[in-house]
Design a protein around this ligand. Structure first.
Ligand code: AQP
Length: 321
């Protein structure tokens, strides 16, 4: 059974991506699971080409450095020709109404000028990502569940009209990992593309910078270290980060601590030690052009082989060849 997960190079990989997703992939991934860097998805909004290229490389290096098996990882744009062809077939299977009904399209395009057409059509590309690899399960949060539902609809429709070719995928809940919040504004989640990087710990940040960011994390005017996520979001976030790094529970992570300074020191050291081996291995991979290239080429070849017969059959069934 294949589960397919992705990470989008919309910014540098941050601690939340690691604790909430990449580490789970490395620890709990099954033998048929697949992971990809969804760089084509990062092109639906204005982007800088060389930055996108370098962020995609960085993500690939971090995912491998974190222990995800290299043979299960690929970069989406390495399959751009296959995905482009399948996306077209799926766009020809999808109605305009279905695409324009997607909540994310409505929210992101609302009132904006110059919205890229790809913002409307990228759920068809996402369906192509899923259907081309024969994924049976797609772990996604609530914001992407509607897109997986569309992929299900398109797979069923294509199978019904032209012939059984696609596995009909299910959206499943991702393995539960910590939901990390921004250090400067704990009312929102930590995110790669946040403008103010002071609240975001990046996986490749050097230890001194990690220490500085955590020292400046927003807390509150109380002084006891207690886990009360509803009222004391900043402190609760620090305890969740500590627990996520130590493999403990946030309710107990700060039990012996008597000040916020002590808590912040413990969080900083735990984060630095958790990220150290990944940062060091990723830096090694990024500086060894050949090793990363070989990993990437191998991943692309396997992904291409997995999708070849489905794409050929789908094109033939739809009358395109
Ligand atoms: N703060 C977070 N805590 C826990 N998990 C997180 N993830 C993201 N942020 C946190 C998980 O990381 C995986 C890959 O994310 P993605 O690239 O597909 O998209 P995202 O969720 O939109 O990630 P970001 O960092 O928030 O990027 P931007 O700034 O572009 O929106 C997913 O499994 C996600 O749950």
């Amino acid at each position: 059974m294949t589960r397919l997960s992705a990470i989008t190079p919309s910014g540098h990989v941050q601690l939340g991506n690691y604790l909430g997703a990449i580490r789970q992939w490395a620890l709990h991934g099954g033998p048929g699971d697949l992971y990809f860097v969804s760089d084509l998805h990062a092109m639906t909004t204005p982007h800088n080409p060389s930055r996108l290229r370098s962020l995609a490389r960085e993500q690939l290096a971090i995912v491998i450095a974190a222990g995800v098996p290299p043979e299960s990882v690929f970069v989406q744009s390495d399959l751009v020709r296959e995905l482009g062809a399948l996306t077209w077939l799926l766009e020809c299977t999808c109605s305009y109404d279905e695409a324009s009904r997607m909540t994310q399209f409505k929210e992101k395009s609302d009132g904006r000028a110059g919205v890229r057409l790809s913002l409307l059509t990228y759920p068809a590309l996402m369906a192509a990502d899923i259907l081309s690899q024969g994924a049976a399960e797609v772990p996604v949060g609530a914001d992407q569940a509607q897109h997986v539902e569309l992929a299900r609809t398109l797979a069923r429709r294509f199978n019904g009209v032209y012939g059984e070719i696609f596995v009909v995928p299910d959206a499943v809940l991702p393995p539960s990992g910590a939901r990390i919040r921004d250090l400067c504004d704990p009312t929102r989640k930590m995110a790669k593309s946040t403008q103010n990087s002071a609240g975001v710990v990046f996986v490749l940040d050097p230890p001194d910078l990690v220490r500085r960011k955590i020292k400046r994390a927003v807390t509150d005017n109380m002084s006891t270290v207690e886990y009360r996520p509803a009222e004391r979001t900043g402190v609760a976030n620090l305890l969740e980060i500590l627990a996520g790094c130590e493999g403990s529970e946030p309710e107990h992570a700060g039990e012996s601590m008597r000040s916020y300074a002590e808590l912040k020191d413990a969080v900083a050291e735990a984060v630095i030690e958790t990220l150290r081996p990944i940062r060091e291995r990723a830096e090694q991979l990024l500086s060894d052009v050949d090793e990363l290239r070989l990993v990437r080429e191998g991943g692309a070849e396997r992904a291409r082989q997995r999708c070849a017969y489905r794409l050929d059959a789908a094109l033939r069934l739809a009358g395109a060849s």
